[in-house]
Design a protein around this ligand. Structure first.
Ligand code: SF4
Ligand code: SF4
Length: 138
C-alpha cells in the first residue's frame, strides 16, 4: 500500500521566528518537561531537580508539566526571552511544528494568524519538519 504524502511534504513551508515576539510563550496551556529538560533547566536556574519541580512543575498523567494560565505568560519568559533557552523542552524547540498544527494547511494558516513567523523567512526542509514532529509527539 502506498501511503500518500502529507500536505507539507508536497509544498514548501516557510518559517522564521520573529525576534522579540514571544507570543507563543504567553499562550495559556501546558509545557511538558521531560527528564532531560528538567535536568538542563534545573542546571540553568541553579536549582536541584527536586527544587525545580517543586517550584515550577506539577505532575499530570505521569508527566511533569508547567502550566501557563490565562493572563500570565510562562514563568520562564523574561524581557530578553526564555530564561532557560538552552534547556527548554522539545515542545518549545519544535514550535510551531507540532502535530496538532500540521494536520492541514488550513490549520497551519490558522496558527499563522497568531504566530507571525509562519509563512515568513526561508523554506524549511521536510527532514527538519519530520525531526520536529518526532521530538514532540503530543
Ligand atoms: S509566536 Fe511564532 S514568531 Fe512569535 S516567538 Fe513564537 S514561534 Fe516565534
Ligand atoms: S519554557 Fe521558554 S520557550 Fe517554553 S514557553 Fe516557557 S518561556 Fe517560552
Amino acid at each position: 500500500m502506498t501511503v500518500g504524502k502529507k500536505w507539507w511534504e508536497k509544498e514548501s513551508l516557510h518559517f522564521e521566528c520573529e525576534s522579540d515576539c514571544f507570543k507563543c510563550c504567553t499562550k495559556p496551556g501546558i509545557v511538558y518537561f521531560d527528564k532531560s529538560s528538567i535536568k538542563n533547566a534545573s542546571k540553568i536556574t541553579k536549582l536541584s531537580s527536586t527544587s525545580f519541580k517543586k517550584e515550577f512543575l506539577k505532575s499530570y498523567n505521569g508527566q511533569w508539566i508547567h502550566e501557563v494560565e490565562k493572563g500570565n505568560p510562562c514563568a520562564f519568559l523574561t524581557h530578553e526571552g526564555c530564561a532557560i533557552h538552552f534547556g527548554k523542552p522539545s515542545q518549545c524547540k519544535s514550535y510551531p511544528f507540532w502535530r496538532e498544527n500540521m494536520t492541514s494547511k488550513s490549520m497551519w494558516k490558522f496558527v499563522g494568524s497568531f504566530c507571525p513567523g509562519i509563512d515568513s523567512g526561508p523554506p524549511i526542509a521536510v527532514a527538519t519538519i519530520r525531526s520536529f514532529l518526532e521530538k514532540f509527539k503530543l
